[in-house]
Design a protein around this ligand. Structure first.
Ligand code: DON
Length: 309
C-alpha cells in the first residue's frame, strides 16, 4: 500500500469512530433521513491514481458543491462579464443570508452564497428552457467526472422546490433590483435541480480534476477552462467556498474547498490532488463537521496546504 492509501484508510477509520458527528440537515425529509454514520473519502492524485475509503462510492446530495460546476459553466458562457452581476468577495454571512443584498443593491457578494448561485443559474438559463439548462449542467458534470451514471435526485429537487422560501425571497429581491433576467420561478427551477445532483466521492473528486491540473482533467487532455480561470475558481473556493467559515477552513485545511449541506466537500490541492469527502453531520455553519476534520488530518499529514512553505 502506498502512503497515501494508508493515510486515506487511517483517516476514514478515525472518522468512523468519532463520537461527535454534527447534525444532519433537516430542512427537507430526504436529507433528514440520511444516516449520520456514513463517511466517504476519495483522493484522486495528479498521477491519476484513486484512493478510496468508507462510503466513497455511495451517491449523496452534492447541494452547494454544484455551485463550482455551475460557475464554471457560466464563466464559459459569458466570461468576465459575469462579475458585473456577482461579486468576488467573502460575504461573512451564512449561505442563505439576505441582509447584504439590500445594501449592495441586489448584487450578491460572491457566486457561492445562494443569491450568487441563483444569478449564476440565471446566466446559464439564457436561451434555454429550464429543463434544457439543467440537462446542460448535468452533461457537463458527467463529462468532468467521465461518468454517465451521475443523475439528479428528483425527490430532493421536489423537496427543495416546496420548501425553498428563502431562495424564492432572494430571487424575487434580486429581480426587484434588475439582477435577474428570467422569471424567478424559472431560474429557481434550475437552482433547485442543480442542488439535487447526486454524486459519490469518487465521482466528485474526478469532476474536480480540472482544478488540480490547471484547467484540464488530465495532463495533455483538452482544456475545460484556461489555467487562469482554474486558478481564479480555486481562489473563490478558498475565500468564499465555506461561507462565513471560509477563514476557518483556510486556517485548518488550507485548500480551496466547496461545501454542501448534504455533507460533501470538494477540496483541491493544486498540482497534487482532487479530494472529495462526505460525512452528513454539519457544524454550526452548515459545513460537514467530520469532512472538515478529515481534510485537516489529510493536509497536516501530506503538507498539501497551499500555505505550506
Ligand atoms: O439552497 C439551499 O439553501 C440548499 N439547497 C442548500 C445549499 C447548500 O448546500 C449550502 N451549503 N452549505
Amino acid at each position: 500500500m502506498t502512503d497515501i492509501a494508508r493515510l486515506v484508510s487511517e483517516i476514514a477509520q478515525e472518522m468512523r469512530g468519532a463520537a461527535e458527528r454534527g447534525t444532519v440537515a433537516s430542512y427537507i425529509p430526504p436529507l433528514a433521513a440520511i444516516d449520520p454514520g456514513r463517511f466517504g473519502l476519495c483522493v484522486t492524485l495528479a498521477d491519476g491514481s484513486v484512493h478510496l475509503a468508507g462510503d466513497a462510492d455511495e451517491p449523496f446530495s452534492i447541494q452547494s458543491v454544484s455551485k463550482v460546476f455551475a460557475l464554471t459553466q457560466a464563466l464559459g458562457k459569458v466570461g468576465d462579464s459575469l462579475w458585473r452581476r456577482v461579486g468576488r468577495e467573502p460575504s461573512g454571512t451564512p449561505f442563505n443570508s439576505i441582509v447584504q443584498l439590500e445594501r449592495e443593491e441586489g448584487v450578491p457578494r460572491n457566486p457561492f452564497i445562494n443569491a450568487g448561485a441563483i444569478v449564476v443559474c440565471d446566466v446559464n438559463l439564457a436561451g434555454h428552457e429550464p429543463r434544457v439548462s439543467i440537462g446542460e449542467l448535468l452533461r457537463f458534470v458527467r463529462h468532468l467526472a467521465d461518468d454517465e451514471s451521475i443523475a439528479i435526485d428528483e425527490a430532493v429537487a421536489r423537496a427543495e422546490q416546496t420548501t425553498g422560501f428563502r431562495n424564492i425571497a432572494l430571487a424575487n429581491y434580486m429581480k426587484a433590483f434588475g439582477n435577474l433576467t428570467h422569471a424567478p420561478e424559472l431560474t429557481l427551477g434550475v437552482y433547485f435541480h442543480q442542488c439535487a445532483i447526486a454524486m459519490s466521492c469518487r465521482q466528485l473528486a474526478a469532476a474536480g480534476r480540472f482544478l488540480m491540473h490547471g484547467g484540464s482533467s488530465q495532463p495533455g487532455a483538452p482544456r475545460v477552462v484556461s489555467a487562469q480561470r482554474a486558478r481564479r475558481i480555486n481562489a473563490l473556493m478558498l475565500t468564499c467556498g465555506h461561507y462565513d467559515a471560509s477563514g476557518d477552513f483556510a486556517f485548518r485545511v488550507g485548500l480551496p474547498g466547496k461545501s454542501g449541506v448534504g455533507g460533501g466537500i470538494l477540496a483541491i490541492a493544486p498540482g497534487q490532488a482532487s479530494i472529495a469527502v462526505w460525512s452528513p453531520g454539519l457544524n454550526a455553519n452548515g459545513n460537514s463537521l467530520l469532512g472538515t476534520l478529515a481534510l485537516e488530518r489529510l493536509t497536516e499529514a501530506t503538507g498539501w496546504s497551499i500555505f505550506a512553505a
